[in-house]
Design a protein around this ligand. Structure first.
Ligand code: NAG
Ligand code: CU
Length: 388
């Protein structure tokens, strides 16, 4: 079954009415983790709050991961260095798991993306230890589509390619050799096979249904922002299913992808709209960091009882969060399951956390809720200073 970001906008589920302080975890009982608070937390700031020096450092580090090969990067930055495309494909494989999407349209959306962002940020910090991933609060008075920031939407180059901004002419890989360069990252997972090996045009690092063939970042859509009321509404939601399924999905998350990415002709989707490879557009990181910030804000507002119930994270039993009834993946999204096991996160090396998962290596969903909590993560979000 193919799900698109668009499809989700059309859905509106009836809001379940659970009183606050009453989240239960329907999938399993787990002891709450005992992660110690970190000695200090680096600050993830709103893009408009970075000094130009800080923003330039972020941009430079992102470009460096795009431009530096795996071999050169390992030599310069150490054995855990990854190229930018590694993260694009880790995301792609999550979406094409034979059990169903391991990163979208279920409770696992938040945990998968929080892990992906942290791994990406840690990789940037190998290149430049002073950077932290910024977020984009996406309010109308915080315009990001500028020459200084992420450039125009729609793209103003030929075929709506993005030719201005910090990521002007950003390369999207169109000569990928999946078998020789990437297939080796796929793990053996019982009951799961990988369905990703490339895009709609041969060699393209895009989704199989996307016939966009441009070799640089393309945006067909229009500027997108949300009203702060939407954020407030989400923060007031009770438990995981209501918060994610009824509030964060739809306008908040998919609205940006669909609105900015847009559609071209002949089956071409803008890069940010392609649910398989949307990290091809660097705005991905800033948008998803804002969603992760909302996770932090929302959980910080909850009591100990809800925390002990993992805020009602319900995995496959959480039919409200599995937006399309009957869509839930056939496995992989319970608290103690490895996050996107076909191409997983190494808890220590990629995320800097200890996992409660079996075997002690791959991060599980519970780790995000425990070890990447407001008081346990190595990072925290600074509230927006410039925009409201
Ligand atoms: C990366 O390569 C692009 C050309 O594709 C170039 O414009 C940019 O300056 C390079 N940046 C870094 C940090 O290597
Ligand atoms: Cu995604």
């Amino acid at each position: 079954m193919k799900l698109e970001h668009t499809a989700l906008l059309l859905l509106s589920l009836p809001a379940a009415s659970l009183a606050s302080g009453s989240c239960t975890n329907p999938s399993e009982k787990l002891p709450m983790c005992s992660s110690a608070p970190p000695p200090s937390q680096r600050l993830r700031k709103e893009v408009n709050d970075l000094s130009s020096f800080e923003w330039d450092a972020v941009v430079e580090a992102i470009w460096t991961t795009k431009n530096t090969t795996l071999a050169d990067g390992r030599e310069r930055y150490g054995d855990t260095y990854k190229t930018y495309d590694y993260f694009v494909l880790q995301h792609a494989v999550a979406t094409q798991d034979s059990r169903g999407d391991q990163g979208h349209f279920s409770d696992a959306f938040i945990t998968f993306h929080a892990a992906l962002l942290l791994s990406f940020e840690q990789n940037l910090r190998l290149v430049d230890p002073d950077v932290a991933l910024p977020y984009w609060a996406a309010q109308a008075n915080g315009d990001i589509y500028t020459e200084d920031l992420v450039g125009s939407v729609p793209g103003t180059g030929e075929g709506n390619t993005v030719v201005d901004g910090a990521f002007a002419n950003w390369p999207v890989t169109t000569d990928m050799d999946w078998e020789s360069d990437w297939a080796g990252y796929i793990q053996d997972v019982e009951g799961a096979t990988n369905g990703y090996s490339g895009g709609g045009t041969p060699g393209s690092m895009r989704g199989a249904d996307n016939f966009l063939s441009a070799s640089t970042l393309t945006r067909f859509g229009s500027p997108w922002s949300y009203s702060i009321d939407l954020q407030d509404k989400c923060l007031a939601e009770s438990c995981w299913a209501e918060w994610y399924g009824d509030c964060i999905e739809g306008e908040f998350h998919s609205g940006a992808h669909t609105g900015i990415g847009g559609d071209g002709s002949g089956g071409a989707e803008g890069d940010f709209k392609d649910v398989v490879t949307s990290p091809n557009d660097p705005v991905f990181w800033f948008h998803h960091a804002n969603i992760d910030r909302n996770r932090m804000l929302w959980t910080a507002g909850k009591g100990e009882e809800d925390k002990a119930a993992f805020y009602g994270y319900g995995g496959a039993l959480d039919k409200d969060a599995c937006q399309m009834k009957g869509y839930c993946p056939a496995g992989g999204i319970e608290l103690t399951d490895t996050i996107s096991a076909l191409w997983p996160f190494d808890a220590a090396a990629d995320l800097g956390v200890e996992t409660v998962g079996e075997g002690g290596r791959w991060a599980v969903h519970a780790d995000v809720i425990c070890a990447l909590a407001p008081d346990t993560a190595a990072y925290a979000y600074q509230e927006p200073q410039q925009i409201s």
